[in-house]
Design a protein around this ligand. Structure first.
Ligand SMILES: [Mn+2]
Length: 417
């Protein structure tokens, strides 16, 4: 499954030494580099012809869709992924500079991009970013699929990830007068391919498998959505690796349908109810919801696992709350609509009366420094109406930065104590 997770912009081509041949009866066969032959479907033949020259996954899938206009949505991507899985296509990922030194990259905060295998191998990195640009689970305004690309763009304006002789220099925090994240290696492995996907389909399985592998390899994953339903496979993977997981959800909405009978998530899960499945996961111990203030047509369901702090009611007592939380693994999911629309309005379902930037910043820093956080995501950020308006993406990029800085400071303090 892992070799099917790709940078959206990574290049694919037909494996070297492989060539197509027509049999006397006119059917297509492929000669593999080990000398053996396999028969091909018409769709496979078309894909192989298209990838005879290196192309991005996206452009190859589009070309295949033009050749096969009657195909179901997603069929073109599926055949490309199948050929990749069979090692008939191979990836060419432009990675490091020729001397092996990681170059300033196009990833989050300008960190280098990497293929999945490299991000998982050895001691290659600490923090792994990836995008999950999926929005088939929305019920409000569109645009969350543009979140990862927009967030990367904004993050590179605010920060500059630098490695000197392979060691990240970190950043000088000019407000708190200290270095942060020095020595913490970032890599960005790109986006889960979501073009042509079916609702709650293959991208969810890919994200789950990828997340499991990153956590088992000791990486700290940071995911940019996408709509909030993308958090379901991420939290499920985290709870699988670290049972007893507690989830802290910053959100204007509880994102709960029914705790009693949520049914089949493949059919029913949306960004407005994914927490029902999270709450029913036996490996999830508790859920704390902060910032909730939406209006519903009927009362929301109560689950003994869920504690809700409406609006900003928790924030005056945040230090006592954080101090009183039990030890154990935590996952933080940050729906940007928890913030007041004065801070972030670029979201599908904005609701007035949310957290200020400083309230969110302080709460997240306290939580992240004190707790054993095993992963985080930021979801529901949409692209701006006016191109080049980076303010709201900058707010989101800063919050992720401060969360990461606090998480790694907290880890160092606990190791040192
Ligand atoms: Mn949400």
């Amino acid at each position: 499954m892992l070799d099917r997770v790709l940078l959206k912009d990574s290049l694919l081509q037909l494996r070297g030494g492989t060539f197509l041949s027509l049999t006397p009866d006119g059917s297509d066969r492929l000669n593999l580099s080990d000398g053996s032959w396999i028969s091909l479907t018409g769709r496979q033949t078309a894909a192989i012809e298209i990838f005879a020259v290196p192309r991005t996954v996206e452009s190859g899938v589009q070309a295949l869709q033009r050749r096969m206009p009657d195909d179901e949505p997603g069929a073109s991507l599926a055949v490309v992924m199948e050929l990749l899985h069979q090692a008939i296509l191979e990836t060419i990922v432009p990675l490091a500079a020729p001397d092996g030194e990681a170059a300033r990259g196009d990833g989050m905060y300008g960190c280098p991009t990497s293929c999945v295998e490299d991000a998982l191998s050895g001691e290659s990195c600490d923090v792994v970013f990836y995008g999950f640009p999926y929005e088939l689970g929305i019920t409000g305004g569109k645009g969350a699929s543009g979140g990862p690309t927009f967030l990367r763009q904004c993050s590179r304006v605010s920060f500059d990830y630098v490695e000197t002789e392979g060691v990240p220099t970190g950043w000088w925090n000019n407000a708190d007068r200290k270095w942060q994240l020095e020595g913490i290696r970032f890599r960005d492995i790109g986006d889960i391919p979501c073009d042509g996907a079916e609702r709650n389909g293959e991208p969810f399985d890919m994200a789950y498998e990828l997340h499991l592998s990153l956590l088992r390899a000791g990486r700290f994953p940071v995911v940019a959505g996408g709509d909030h339903s993308v958090s379901l496979p991420l939290i499920t993977a985290a709870a699988n690796v670290r049972p007893g997981l507690r989830v802290i959800q910053f959100d204007a909405h509880g994102d709960v349908g029914s705790y009693e009978e949520p049914g089949d998530w493949r059919k029913n899960c949306t960004h407005g109810n994914f927490m029902s499945w999270v709450a029913n996961n036996p490996n999830v111990e508790r859920i704390y919801q902060i910032g909730i203030r939406n209006l519903l047509s009927e009362p929301s369901f109560d689950s003994p696992k869920v504690t809700t702090f409406p609006r900003n009611s928790l924030l005056p007592d945040i230090e006592a709350f954080v101090a009183g939380l039990p030890d154990g693994p935590y996952y933080i999911t940050l729906d940007v609509d928890c913030l007041d629309p004065a801070v972030i309005s670029q979201t599908g379902t904005p609701i007035p009366g949310g957290l200020s930037y400083h309230e969110a910043h302080r709460a997240l820093e306290l939580l992240c420094r004190r707790l054993d956080v095993v992963g985080l995501d930021l979801v529901e950020l949409t692209e701006p109406d006016v191109a080049g308006d980076l303010r709201e993406g900058s707010a989101a990029a800063h919050l992720i930065f401060h969360m990461l800085a606090s998480i790694f400071e907290g880890r160092r303090e606990r190791v040192g104590s």
